[in-house]
Ligand binder design. Structure first.
Ligand code: BES
Ligand code: ZN
Ligand code: ZN
Length: 497
């Protein structure tokens, strides 16, 4: 797709008209240059309420030689928000057929620049399909879609800047989806590391460091090693550093990167196991956020770390009952090898303390229990700092990616530190509150500032994206597969202070 801003009155190709509910005739500011017969057709469907302008609805009008028009519903006019514009843009994009051609002009009525930009963003986000593994039919090769956003001269500069920013952010979201959608025979820890390494070459302000299996063993990354050792594809940690010479504290993002989660010796049931290729969604969120920040020219320091492993049952896999020790020095009784995400993250979180974090946020497709609690509608959000949790919740709201506050209770911490043989256990005592006990486990591995023994714990949040990284059918921004959730939330949080 090629998205540009245009200040002339021409209608190139199919005209797209976003309209609010209750619009009874074509708005005056959209009429320019439209043939009378097309105007009459639009007025007829609006006057007869055949097209009501309901949120996410679209109607296509084909006027022969007079051109083609798509009406796009924005919803109720009193409370139409940027989110409605974004959803409308995505819905229009989803409705496009070959017969609409490759040229489009979007003409807005009575809309702010932010609203127009959000519509464009929705179109760009929805412009994604993962067809790397399908045979290409050369005859059906479609051209690149040219989309012009019409606006007046006063609006053009601001709109262009916003559209350029959203182009960059969308690249990050699509990268996260590409990584998530890639089948697990081709996406394994080393492949992820290779992609990060290759990716970093295009930016002179980003460095990627890979801690390979042998180095991880030497460094004492017992959690990462225990999870990954049963696979022939060995685990690794990938560290992204952006603008590393900038002084001071910086955000540190940590991602769970299980490229396939069989459950290990605590083997998962077969049904739906293929979906466990998405278990590296947290690492994809981190990588995608780095891309969004790099594309939009972020000047601050940011660090990302991804804990990559494949969780396999094997003769050399870890067992339930094993006691392991990771970077933090705390021991963990492994009661279930399927609770592996928290094990790799225990090393990632501890290591994050080395980068002088302003805060640490981890992303993980961590628990089925989180999906039970929140469905596919919201990410679970925990933090050791209420104000910080609210900030993330608000950053999510600002971009329409819901992250719902969940409790970090002392009782859950007690449950996860109550092992007869070790300092912690990777499984709760009962089956209830599984997403909360997982969060409480992670908290045991968040270091204090400067690793001071009796110091203050680094501000930290945990985002369980098990329900939102894929399978979210109500997410208008994506057709299917990986959603790329929270790249936009993180870009907003990091770039808006
Ligand atoms: N990757 C899964 C969590 C998951 C399950 C995400 C289903 C999305 C959909 C994770 O590693 C896991 O298996 N967690 C266990 C934890 C349990 C053994 C304490 C779970 O949720 O059942
Ligand atoms: Zn698991
Ligand atoms: Zn997992």
């Amino acid at each position: 797709m090629d998205m540009t801003v245009s200040v002339n009155d021409n209608i190139n190709g199919t005209l797209i008209l976003p309209l609010t509910e209750g619009t009874e005739s074509i708005p005056e500011d959209c009429e320019r240059g439209l043939p009378n017969s097309m105007k009459a057709q639009i007025n007829r469907v609006l006057g007869d309420a055949d097209f009501k302008g309901k949120a996410k609805s679209t109607m296509s009008l084909i006027g022969g030689e007079d051109g083609k028009v798509i009406l796009a519903g924005l919803g109720k006019s009193e409370d139409v928000s940027v989110h409605d514009y974004r959803k409308s843009g995505a819905s229009v994009f989803a409705s496009l057929k070959k017969s609409h051609g490759n040229d489009f002009t979007v003409r807005f009525s009575n809309s702010s620049v932010k609203q127009m930009a959000a519509f464009a963003e929705g179109m760009m986000l929805r412009d994604y399909s993962y067809d790397n593994y399908k045979m290409k039919d050369e005859d059906s090769e479609e051209g690149i879609k040219q989309i012009r956003l019409a606006c007046n001269e006063k609006e053009a500069e601001e709109l262009t800047a916003l559209v350029e920013m959203y182009k960059g952010i969308t690249k990050g979201v699509h990268l996260s989806r590409d990584l998530g959608n890639c089948p697990p025979n081709d996406m394994y820890p080393e492949e992820f590391a290779d992609r990060a390494w290759e990716w970093a070459k295009q930016y002179d302000n980003v460095d990627v460091t890979i801690i390979n299996y042998d180095q991880a063993i030497k460094a004492g990354m017992g959690g990462l090693v225990a999870v990954g050792m049963g696979s022939s594809r060995k685990p690794c940690m990938v560290i992204f550093e952006m603008n590393k010479d900038v002084k001071g504290k910086c955000p540190v993002l940590v991602g769970k990167g299980i490229t396939f989660d069989t459950g290990g010796i605590s083997l998962k049931p077969g049904a739906g196991m293929d979906e466990m290729k998405y278990d590296m969604g947290g690492s994809a969120t981190v990588f995608g956020t780095m891309e969004a920040l790099a594309q939009t020219g972020h000047k601050g320091k940011v660090v990302g770390m991804t804990c990559m492993a494949e969780n396999m049952p094997a003769a050399n896999a870890q067992r339930p009952g094993d006691v392991i020790k990771g970077l933090s020095g705390k021991t963990i009784e492994v009661l279930n090898t399927d609770a592996e995400g928290r094990l790799v993250l225990s090393d990632g979180l501890w290591k994050a303390g080395e980068y002088n974090p302003e805060y640490i946020i981890d992303f993980a497709t961590l628990t089925g229990a989180c999906v039970v609690a929140l469905g596919h509608e919201a990410t679970g959000l925990w933090s050791n700092n209420d104000e910080f949790r609210t900030r993330i919740h608000e950053a999510g709201n600002a971009v329409d990616e819901l992250a719902w506050p969940m409790p970090l209770l002392p009782a859950f911490e007690k449950e996860m530190t109550d092992s007869k043989i070790a300092d912690t256990r990777n499984l709760g005592a009962g089956r209830w509150g599984g997403a909360n006990t997982a969060a409480a486990f992670l908290k045991q591995f968040v270091p204090n500032v400067d690793y001071e023994k009796d110091g203050e714990q680094i501000t930290w949040a945990h985002m369980d994206i098990a329900g939102t990284y894929w399978g979210a059918k109500t997410n208008t921004m994506v057709k299917d597969g990986a959603t790329g959730i929270h790249v936009r939330t993180m870009h907003h949080l990091i770039t808006n202070g």
